[in-house]
Ligand binder design. Sequence first.
Ligand code: S3P
Length: 176
Amino acid sequence: MIIFLIGFRGSGKSTIGKRLADWLQSPWIDSDDEVERRAGCAIAEIFATQGEEAFRDLERQVIEELLAARRTDREMVVISLGGGAVLDERTRRLISEQGRCVWLRASPEVLAARTVGDASRPPLTQLTRDEEIRELLARREPVYAECADCEIDTTTLPPDQAVERIADWLAGADKN
Ligand code: S3P
């Protein structure tokens, strides 16, 4: 089974994904890492030299290939997706067909505080960082909600407790 972690930049997808995978004794995959590996350069560089659209194309392709490779695999794997990955309709369909999806959410203030000064995350708009977070959250939250089977608010929740909640939810979901 694949456990997908989705949510905005700074929501905890990588930290929590890694710890969840450790707890489940499963592999952990980060789609951003895979994109960088494939491109041979950092995401900020892809944005700077080829633009966001090229990044989105590569991201879609990498996710499709990751999932195609696991189609017959029954082992558990945790995949943390980039914050904008679910904007792609086909990616959303693959998520709902192939796994369970956890949406990590947090307040705009906390998302801003967790990502302030992080040059590895290129701007996605011409807005200030705070305005961008609010604007994109307003657009994306309905999409995250549509994909999510489980929602965890990480605004004040430490990562280990988030992992416990996801594990409890998975154990409950297994009984259904
Ligand atoms: C993006 C989020 C980033 C990365 C890229 C675009 C987005 O991933 O995929 O910079 O559109 O929100 P994280 O959410 O892991 O930072």
